[in-house]
Ligand binder design. Structure first.
Ligand code: FAD
Length: 375
């Protein structure tokens, strides 16, 4: 697969233009640690948000490659704007994988950004090991009462609803007995505290306390006690979209650096004339192209109906490494300028570090690949 369809090219053109027009917003979000809702509202208004969502749910039905294109294009301007887009699409994928047609109205609202969602899986005591979550939902007097803590919940500071994974039966560590609930973020008992992270700033990443939060029985998405498998699958499908962010961050940093080293003259010649610099940038270019190919291959396989979980893990792992390596070089070859707050490469450098931890750490991706090798 070396060529994308005309339809995808058109989408790429539109989303690239959109991303470039929102460069200042990415910077503002980084500086202020707020504003993520703006990017979603804009994307929704311009009908660019539902790229991978099937048309029967109001989406564009362009599939996973379109998702990877969108996250790359936004990522090239700011990891934070791409991360915010990714969170909304992850939530919609969860609704599709677990709720299906019963969640149609919610998905349609999400595609238009009439509703912004956060996804509460990770907890202070349950990170990579999702089944060890401790949040509980107990049926009392016809309602569920939810108690627990979530952490690193992206978009939570501006979300309308938080999709919360909670235990309705069984014991800590069991894969059965986990249920997905939609929780109004303004419900009594929901406390959201925004975190001050090094990167992906403005994406609303928060600590969420759920203290005796009452929800009705129809707040359950899918079947009670049956959300674990669907949730893990949805999150894994999301990995190639997250890989796209890494490709974008690396590409954005590389483009800015190529521009800089062609113009900047030291010792009477442009910096690019130094072989150390040009070789490093040539390698960086190869890494960006390779990460995109891995990402698009995983996306292509998902679009063919193949569960390309190993491929998505490889893409996410390699794109994260590439983002870190290329942004480090970018800062280095910008010299002191690359260290000044407000410089794009400085911002992308901080966003890149998040890539190795969020959406499954690098180690978790290696575990997935190892599992494949052992078969
Ligand atoms: C910016 C950001 C946004 C996020 N957004 C969301 C969100 O919207 N919703 C959500 O639910 N979560 C979100 N997360 C949480 C993210 O998914 C977790 O941080 C991630 O899964 C890792 O969990 P942890 O931080 O608890 O690390 P831990 O699981 O405690 O891991 C710590 C370290 O140990 C390593 N490790 C753990 N187990 C093993 C093992 N078996 N073998 C080898 N190494 C191992 C890990 O790879 C890591 O390096 C977000 C995180 C970040 C940083």
């Amino acid at each position: 697969m070396f060529e994308i369809s005309k339809e995808l090219q058109d989408y790429q053109y539109k989303i690239r233009e959109f991303a470039q027009n929102n460069r200042d917003l990415a910077n503002y979000m980084d500086m202020s640690n707020e504003g993520g809702e703006k990017i979603l509202k804009e994307l929704g208004n311009k009908d660019l948000l539902g790229m991978k969502i099937p048309t029967k749910y109001g989406g564009l039905g362009l599939g996973e490659i379109a998702f990877a294109i969108a996250t790359e294009e936004l990522g090239a301007e700011g990891g934070n704007i791409a991360h915010t887009l990714h969170t909304q699409l992850n939530a919609l994928q969860l609704l599709i994988s677990i709720g299906g047609d019963s969640a149609k109205d919610l998905i349609e609202d999400g595609v238009k950004a009439r509703k912004i969602f956060a996804v509460g899986v990770t907890e202070p005591e349950a990170g990579s090991d999702v089944a060890s979550l401790r949040t509980t939902a107990k049926l009392e007097g016809g309602k569920y009462v939810i108690n627990g803590e979530k952490i690193f919940t992206s978009s939570a500071s501006f979300a309308d609803e938080i999709l919360v994974l909670a235990r309705t039966s069984g014991n800590i560590g069991d894969r059965e007995g986990i249920t997905l609930f939609r929780v109004d973020a303004k419900s009594p008992g929901v406390q959201v505290q925004k975190l001050d992270l090094i990167g992906m700033r403005g994406a609303g990443v928060s600590y969420v306390k759920l203290n005796n939060v009452e929800v009705s029985k129809d707040s359950i998405i899918g079947k009670e006690g049956d959300a674990y498998k669907g949730a893990i699958k949805a999150l894994m499908i999301g990995r190639n979209g997250y890989a796209g962010i890494g490709v974008g961050i690396a590409r954005g940093a590389l483009e800015a650096t190529i521009d800089r080293v062609n113009k900047r003259v030291q010792f009477k010649k442009p910096l690019i004339e130094n072989q150390w610099i040009s070789f490093n940038l040539a390698e960086a270019y190869i890494e960006v192209e390779a990460s995109r190919l891995l990402t698009w291959r995983a996306a292509y396989l998902f679009d063919k109906g193949i569960e390309a979980l190993t491929e998505a893990s490889m893409a996410k792992y390699y794109a994260a490494k590439t983002a870190i390596n290329v942004t480090r070089l970018a800062v280095q070859f910008h010299g002191g300028q690359g260290l000044i707050k407000g410089n794009k490469v400085e911002r992308l450098y901080r966003d890149a570090k998040i890539m190795e931890i969020s959406e499954g750490t690098n180690e978790m991706q290696l575990i997935a690949v190892t599992r494949y090798l052992k078969r």
